[in-house]
Design a protein around this ligand. Structure first.
Ligand SMILES: C[S@@+](CC[C@H](N)C(=O)[O-])C[C@H]1O[C@@H](n2cnc3c(N)ncnc32)[C@H](O)[C@@H]1O
Length: 345
């Protein structure tokens, strides 16, 4: 048995017993040099030129695929697929009604360089048009019971809300305290993002039990001396409660996390995990039309969901495909241990 196998077996055992922190410790130790010297490593995933060409060549090109009788891509060709290209063009080629959940993290209305392609601020009206355009490109691929999650910052949030509300039923707005932001001498530091939650129709999947969170009990109420709806153990007094729309327990990926890459706006896997656990069942198809470093696809794979991702940068497609390969062997999601989100890293 190799060291990796032993770790995997120990990992499963620990996960079943809820020992997530120790799991991460084991992983850390496995990475240590022979001398046993303890030091924190920068784990940012980077591809060599050869790896980038190798993985990028595995990204799919819809124009090279045989379409179905309706001229669209065939359902079997979009299951666990990473497409290299523009969502505005590939979105309309997806089979009608095949997608169960959309997770979209489009460029915000900010200056940003995505692998050499510069995204320039366009202002509210133009960003609203842009959002309408990409939502229109993927709309027919959504099933009647699909859920949608669309990320935004404070500047782009109102346009995303308006564009979503024109076609879909808005259900909520999640606010994520991402905790990283630039200080300003003339403004408040921005450390939050919105994730709009909408559905196509009235019937949709929502598994609140799958995303319950552990909450410390501040005012422990007892009924005839017996704790009412809370538990006391060595870790203190706590109860499991429904997840709210304010998420403060997840950070952006940073350099010491194995999922970290050089993508400038990478989302954390545990954030996407919470969305997928609530709004999809195993085997469902998850669409991400702005795949970036592959977080949605990787998390979908780790949770037994199928995925279809679209990304116009070959380098980011390569990163996604490399991460997907690793995810097939190591299904851990940092901060989620198979039933419970373990809070801030
Ligand atoms: C905000 S990032 C997404 C980051 C992603 N959530 C992650 O965790 O890595 C947006 C991505 O969309 C890509 N992109 C922008 N416009 C696109 C388009 N029209 N079609 C496909 N990809 C696009 C960019 O290259 C960038 O990688």
């Amino acid at each position: 048995m190799t060291r990796a196998n032993i770790l995997c077996t120990e990992h499963l055992d620990l996960v079943q017993r809820g020992g997530h922190d120790r799991v991460m410790d084991l992983w850390d130790e496995a990475e240590l040099p022979e001398s046993g010297e303890k030091k924190t490593r920068n784990r940012t995933q980077r591809l060599t030129q050869a790896e980038e060409s190798h993985y990028a060549s595995r990204a799919l090109d819809p124009s090279a695929m045989t379409p179905g009788p309706d001229g669209l891509l065939r359902p079997e060709d979009v299951s666990n697929a990473v497409f290299l290209g523009d969502s505005m063009e590939i979105g309309p080629l997806l089979p009608r009604g095949c997608v169960d959940v959309l997770v979209a993290d489009p460029p915000y209305d900010l200056p940003k360089n995505f692998d050499g392609t510069r995204f320039a601020p366009m202002g509210h009206e133009a960003y609203l048009e842009y959002t309408r355009a990409w939502l229109g490109a993927i709309a027919d691929s959504l099933s009647p019971s699909a859920s949608l999650y669309v990320c935004a910052d404070w500047r782009s949030s109102s346009a995303v809300y308006l564009a979503l509300a024109e076609r879909f039923i808005i259900r909520n707005r999640i606010t994520w305290k991402r905790d990283k932001g630039r200080s300003s001498s003339v403004n408040w530091k921005n450390v939050s993002e919105d994730i709009w939650f909408a559905t196509v129709g009235e019937n949709y999947h929502f598994d609140a039990a799958a995303v319950r969170v552990r909450k410390r009990v501040v005012a422990p109420y007892r009924d005839k001396g017996v704790p009412k709806d809370w538990t006391e153990d060595a870790s203190g007094r706590w109860r499991m409660t429904g997840a709210s729309n304010l998420w403060e327990d997840m950070t952006v990926p940073f350099w010491s996390m194995p999922e970290n890459t050089d993508h400038p706006t990478q989302k954390p896997e545990n954030l996407v995990a919470r969305l997928l656990l609530a709004s999809s069942a195993p085997g469902d198809l998850v669409l991400d039309p702005f795949l970036g470093s592959g977080t949605t696809a990787v998390t979908a794979r780790k949770l037994g969901r199928r995925f279809v991702g679209i990304e116009r940068s070959g380098a980011y497609c390569a990163l996604s495909l490399k991460r997907l390969e690793t995810a097939a062997i190591d299904g851990r999601i940092q901060g989620y241990d198979g039933g419970c989100f373990s809070g801030r890293q």
